[in-house]
Each structure stands twice: as C-alpha cells, then as structure tokens.
Ligand binder design. Structure first.
Ligand code: ATP
Ligand code: MG
Length: 754
C-alpha cells in the first residue's frame, strides 16, 4: 500500500491523519518495506524545542516523532519501550514514551487532542505487550483528507474541495417540481439578453442612416425624419420588451429561489428533528443553527443574484462578441487586448481579497461567539462581577474586526481602481484605432459607437467574473454543509421491519450491556438486570457513574455497543421507535420547558388533552397550587427554557407532563431534587399511586426518596454492584449501606433529619 494513499481508516483499526507532503515523503524513504503505519497523528502545540507542530507515527516496529518538515525528532523501537501513557495536564496533556535505557520522549498537546493521544498511548502499549493492535476511537477530522487544509469546524467539509458541479446539479434538481417556472425563467433570461443587444444596433442606424448618412446620394430630410421616428419607436419597443422580460425574470426568479431555499430548509429541519442524539453530541447547536439560517441565506442570495448573473452574462458575451466581430473584426481583436490582462489581474485580486474576506468572516464569528456566550451567561458574569473583563474581551474582538474591515476596504479600493485603469485602456484603443478606421472610411461613425457600447458590456462582467467563482464556492460550501446534514441517516423511525407494540407490558431486561459515548471509553460495563412489569427500580450511585446513561439506553437515545436491552422480550432495536418512545415517560434531570403557557407545557406530549386532564396531572405532581397562585393560572406564559419559574416549579411541571403522557414505563431522573422535603413527600405520595402498574426507573441522590422502590440497583464504576430491596442492601452492608451512612452523617452535621 502506498503511503500517500492511506487515509482515515478507523474501521480497520488504524489512526491515520492526512499529513503534509513533507512528512509523507520523509516517511516513504524512512519506512522499511513491510513496515506499515498504524498511527499517524499530529499535535497542535509547539514544544519548547521549537520544532513546531509534531507528528507522531507508530509502525509495527517503532514510534517516530517527526517535525512538520519531515525531520525525525525522536525515534524508539517497540522492543526498547518501558511504557507509554497519556496524562492530562492543565489545558492539555502529555504523551510520555518511557524507554528502558534511553531518555524519555515527551509530546505535549492541547486538551482537544486528548482522546486521540490516549488512543496513541493505548496502541503503543498493545504493541509493547504483543497484544492485537486495535484502535477504537474514530478521529475527529480537523483537516481535509484531500488537500490537508485545516477545516473551518471539526468534521465539516473543506470549502476548497467543494464538488461544484455535483452540488449545482443537486440544487438544480430541486427545481424539478417547478419546471415550468424554470423554463419561464430561462426564456426571460434569453429575452433580456436579446433586449440588451438590440439598442446599440438601432443607434448605429440612427447615426449612419439618419444623422450622418453614409449612403450616396444623401436621402431627403423628410424620408430621414420618418426613419428617425420609426427607429425611436423601435428603441421604445425594445425598452418595453426588455422591461417586460425583466419583470417576468425578477418575479420568477424571486419566487423560484425563495421556494427552493424554503424546500431545502424544510428538508433540513425535518432531518435535524429526526437525527440521533449522537449526532448532536458531536456538533455545536450554534453551527447547526447557522446551517439553517446563514447557509440557506447565502444559497438563496446566490440563486437570486449570482446564478442569473452568470447565465445572462455568459449568454450576452457570446452574442456581443459575435456582433462585434461582424461589425469589425480588426477593431474587436484590438479591443480584446486588455482582456487577458484583466483576467490575470482579477485572479490576483480575488486571491488577495478572499484571504481578507476569510479573516473578516473569522473576526465576525469570533465576535458573535463572544457575544452569544456572554449574553447567555449574563447571570454568571454579574454574579462574579466580571462585566469589565467581558467588555474588554469584546472590545478586543471588536477592534480586531474593525482593523480587518479597514484593511479589506483599503485593498478593495486600490485593487478596484487598478482594474478600472486597465479596462480604461480599452477605451483609448477604441478611440484611436477605431477613429483611424473611421477616417479611412473603413468603418462608419455608427459602427464605432456600437462597438463602443458593446465594449463596456464585455468589460463590465469580465471585472466580476472571477468573483463569481468565490461567490459560487461560498454558496456551494453552504449548500454542501446543508446536504451533509440531509444525508446523515436519521433515527430509524420508519424502519419497515420494526415490530409494532401498541401496548408495552413493561418487562425490561438488560443483558450484558456495554456502552460508551466515546467507543473507546465505556461508561457502562456488562450490565445485567431483569425488571418485572410494574416493578419500581431505584438507580443509585455516585455522580457520573452512569445512571442517566442507563435510562437513556432504555429510551434508545443511544444504541448499546454490546449486549442488548429487551422490552417484553423484544430487543428495543426491533421495536418501532414511535411505539417505544410514546410509551416511555421521562422526567429528565434538567427539565426543558418551551416558551408558551404552563398548560401548553404540561400537555406537550398529548396536545389533545382536556383542561381537566391537565389539572389532574398537575395535582398529582403537586403543581396545581402554585400554578393557581400565578397571575394567569394555567395560562401563565413562561419564557424561553422556563425562565420565570423556580427550579422546583419547573420540575413539577415536567412531572405533570410525564404523568399526563400516561406512559407504560416511567423514568424519574432526579425528578424531585429541587423541591423541599415536605413537597417531595407530597409528590412521592401521588407518584406512589401513579407508579402502580407501570415499570418505573427512579434515580435520586437523596436515598430516602427511593424508599418506595421494589429493588435498588447500585452502580459503581459503570457496573452493577448490588441489587436488592432497601432492607436487604442495608443488611448486606456493602456499597449502599456505605452511601446511606455517609448521607446520614452529612444530615446530622447540618442538623437535618430525613
Ligand atoms: N452526551 C455525552 N457525551 C459524552 N459523555 C457523556 C455524555 N453524557 C454523559 N457523559 C459521561 O458519561 C458518564 C456518565 O454520565 P451520566 O450522566 O450517566 O451520570 P449520572 O450517573 O447520571 O450522574 P449524575 O448523578 O451527576 O447525574 C459521565 O462521565 C459523563 O461525563
Ligand atoms: Mg444523571
């Protein structure tokens, strides 16, 4: 296998990042035949030796640390390794490769690369111990596989490698349902082009036949007056025609592009709603929102302005050149002399401008990220009295942006003015050489003026043509980002093979479940649990042990890595997702409310519920009283994310929401953590009635909350340590007893009796 052809192949158990050519070349000469790269990754930090970014390469025989220009900085053969490990430091980490008899090799990296280097350490340890080499992490792609450039965001697409024609084809395919409008648009475009081409021809006749007649003998004035009238009428006709064409063009175009982007946006949003949580874990919400808003906006702009511009001008260029050559091929060729110069200049021009625009964009995105974060976190900022610091940080970003704007504008002016000088030279050529032709009677005055008008029609678009490329790239990059989401496989909502289970009995069985958000770091190991229908299970364990993760798996928010979960004896991967989720009610740890009325929020899962049903649910959740105490009762509006309610009030509304949903499996994840003991007791009572007949998973740190549970499951280190009733577990005197003791001690210290 040629080294340069190796790319990211996580599935084959390797960890290979696209390297710059110097590194690839150096490796080609360095590696012996039969020696393969198993790992090739780079660090994002420079070290104190100033070698710049480093590359770490691991083969079956050795580990190599290489500089970006391909110099070997350090090398260790697998045989001489003592051990390898990756340690977390502040803001980053260090890979330590200790050797038996030579100095230790250290490579530092930032925290974003920590996962990657922990895999490197693991891989090296596997090789040292002679185990099977297996890398389990998938790499975040930060560089383009094809060109090696840094990507604008992790796992995104490379703007430089956008597949333009494929993307264009795909955009155009959205026109298919509106094909008659598209045809109208095309006809209008051609009509507009023709209308642009006609006036210089008419003025040519105005001069040559009416004002300064070239025909011998000169026709009488009366005759010429008639001709003048009809030619002016003709001009008026052309204007009218072009006006109509423009109107039709404008309408159709606006309609079509608005329609197409709306279609794309709708499809995008539909897909975003259907994507798995795994997809969301990897991406920032901000970048997804920008795909719906900004990328689709750029695309629309391009469809309205850019694409018609290109098409019309390309058509026009052909027509004009034909006409010019027909009038005088000699002068036409002379006029075209500056064209290549303009081409070269505008290429250079845009290359420079693109860089500046890119910086400008980055400036903007930095500024808006800052803004977004500090405004969202304004409570924290105020609580720590850090307003001044936030202002300073913002000012810095703002100043940077202003600098780049000024630089962009300056460059723009200079470059643009130069362009005008070059195109102005065409004017000199036409007057001088065209004038000579006229004097030599080779050309009429009308011909010259027609050529003159046409010249500007050619030059104008030429100045912009190379920019269209940038424009197109930007719009298409946006379109590809959109298509990337659209093409991501959604959750299996409409799997035709899925089993329909209209009523779940509630038997839940975990068999050998292993799961990790990051495949290389399992959170849950080999969980086995058999839950009877109607049983109430309390999940207990330290923070971060995997309680929420366990219930996430029951909802099939994530699929298990090994083993399986069965409900009523059917693997949940085979149950129709809708049936599954419809029958599970969850009160999440951090309940999310939507802006709207309290009643709307309670009946979110059952929009058809009557007000009395809503009130019953609220009573059961002990929320009725406080809701009535609000100004508008159940119609009280709450703000975004439930602003305007206390934490405990929010929790009770979430409980009411789950109760109204009337699920067969109820999940309470710290459902009453934010309410006082008294209120909790009341909720417990009503929940006690509610959990009858349905399988319940309850998670709580306050262990007294789980007294009603039939069985408690104690998790530790991602494994089930103990299972049994409250009393049984106290008797065993293990983990649970320890937890209870700790809580009682704390309670005594602060003088609370539970
Ligand atoms: N979306 C996620 N992506 C990556 N890691 C995650 C994600 N959610 C949780 N984790 C990690 O998985 C582990 C278990 O998290 P989980 O939320 O299940 O803990 P928990 O037992 O519910 O803790 P707590 O009592 O604090 O709610 C933690 O180490 C956490 O950092
Ligand atoms: Mg949790």
């Amino acid at each position: 296998m040629g080294l340069s052809q190796v790319s990211d192949q996580p599935e084959s158990g390797r960890l290979l990042e696209a390297a710059p050519p110097q590194v690839t070349r150096a490796l080609e000469t360095l590696l012996a035949s039969g020696e393969h790269e198993l790992i090739r990754v780079d660090t994002d930090l420079t070290d104190e030796l100033r070698y710049g970014r480093r590359w770490v390469i691991v083969t079956e025989r050795r580990a190599i640390v290489m500089s970006v220009i391909g110099d070997v900085v350090a090398e260790a053969s697998i045989d001489e390794l003592a051990f390898t490990r990756a340690d977390a430091l502040v803001g980053g980490g260090e890979l330590t490769i200790e050797r038996k008899s030579a100095p230790t090799i250290r490579v530092t990296y930032s925290s974003t690369e920590a996962v990657k280097f922990s895999e490197v350490a693991r891989g090296l340890e596997q090789l040292r111990k002679g185990e099977d080499f297996l890398i389990r992490a998938t790499l975040d792609r930060i560089r383009c596989d094809r060109c090696g450039r840094l990507l604008p965001e992790k796992n995104s697409l490379c703007p430089a490698c956008v597949r333009r024609f494929a993307t264009l084809g795909r955009i155009v395919s959205y026109m298919a349902p509106h094909r008659w409008r598209a045809v109208t648009l095309a006809v209008a475009s051609v009509a507009m082009t023709l209308a642009e081409l006609a006036p210089p021809l008419v003025t040519r006749r105005l001069i040559d036949d009416v004002m300064a007649p070239v025909a011998e003998p000169i026709p009488p004035v009366d005759e010429r007056l008639v001709l003048l009238g009809s030619l002016v009428m003709m001009l008026a006709g052309v204007r009218l025609f072009s006006w109509t064409a423009e109107l039709v063009h404008g309408w159709t175009n606006t309609w079509l592009s608005a329609r197409i982007t709306a279609d794309i946006r709708a499809q995008l949003y539909r897909r975003l709603e259907m994507l798995s949580l795994q997809f969301y874990d990897k991406r920032s919400t901000g970048s997804l929102i920008s795909r719906v808003s900004r990328d689709s906006g750029t695309l629309q702009e391009f469809l309205i302005d850019g694409l018609p511009y290109v098409i019309i001008n390309a058509l026009m260029m052909v027509g004009i050149l034909g006409l010019m050559l027909h009038i005088s091929w000699k002068v036409t060729l002379l006029i075209l002399i500056p064209v290549p110069l303009m081409g070269v200049w505008s290429w250079l021009f845009w290359k420079r401008m693109r860089r500046l625009f890119h910086k400008y964009q980055q400036g903007w995105s930095k500024l808006s990220t800052r803004l977004n974060e500090s405004l969202n976190g304004i409570r924290v900022v105020k609580a720590f009295a850090q307003e001044q610091r936030e202002i300073e940080t913002f000012d810095r970003a703002n100043e940077d942006l202003a600098d780049v704007s000024v630089r962009t504008a300056m460059n723009w002016n200079v470059l643009w003015a130069t362009m005008s000088v070059i195109s102005g030279s065409g004017m000199l050529i036409i007057w001088y050489f065209g004038g000579r032709e006229v004097l030599g009677d080779e050309l009429t005055l009308g011909d010259l003026l027609a050529l003159y008008s046409y010249m500007w029609m050619v030059y104008g678009p030429l100045e912009w043509f190379s920019e269209v490329n940038t424009w197109m790239t930007r719009a298409f990059a946006g379109a590809e980002r959109i298509f990337e989401v659209i093409d991501t496989p959604p959750e299996a909502y409409d799997d035709p093979k899925a089993r329909k289970i209209p009523r779940i009995e509630g038997a839940v069985r975990f068999s050998g479940v292993t799961f990790g958000y990051d495949k290389s770091k399992p959170v849950l190991h080999d969980i086995n649990l058999d839950v009877q229908p109607g049983e109430m299970i309390g999940l207990v364990g330290k923070s971060g042990v995997g309680k929420t993760t366990t219930v996430n798996l029951v909802c099939r928010f994530y699929d298990v890595d090994h083993g399986g979960i069965e409900i009523d004896g059917v693997d949940i991967r085979d149950i129709r997702l809708e049936d599954l989720r419809r029958q599970i009610g969850i009160v999440p740890q951090d309940p999310v409310l939507f802006s709207g009325s309290i009643a709307d929020n309670i009946c979110y899962g059952r929009p058809d519920a009557s007000l009395s049903q809503i009130m019953d649910a609220a009573r059961a959740a002990n929320a009725h009283q406080f809701i009535l105490a609000k100004g508008d009762g159940y119609d009280t509006r709450i703000g975004e994310r439930g602003v305007g309610l206390s934490g405990g009030e929010r929790q009770r509304i979430a409980i009411a929401r789950a109760i109204l949903h009337n699920p067969r499996v109820l999940i309470l994840d710290e459902a009453t953590s934010s309410v006082d003991v008294e209120t909790e007791k009341q909720i417990q009572e009503s929940l006690g009635r509610l959990v009858k007949g349905r399988t319940t998973f309850a998670i709580a740190h306050r262990l007294s909350t789980l007294r009603n549970a039939d069985r408690l499951v104690v998790l530790s280190n991602g494994r089930v340590m103990e299972v049994g009733s409250h009393e049984e577990l106290l008797e065993v005197d293990g983990h649970f007893a320890e937890l209870v003791r700790l809580q009682q001690e704390v309670a005594q210290i602060i003088g609370v009796s539970e």
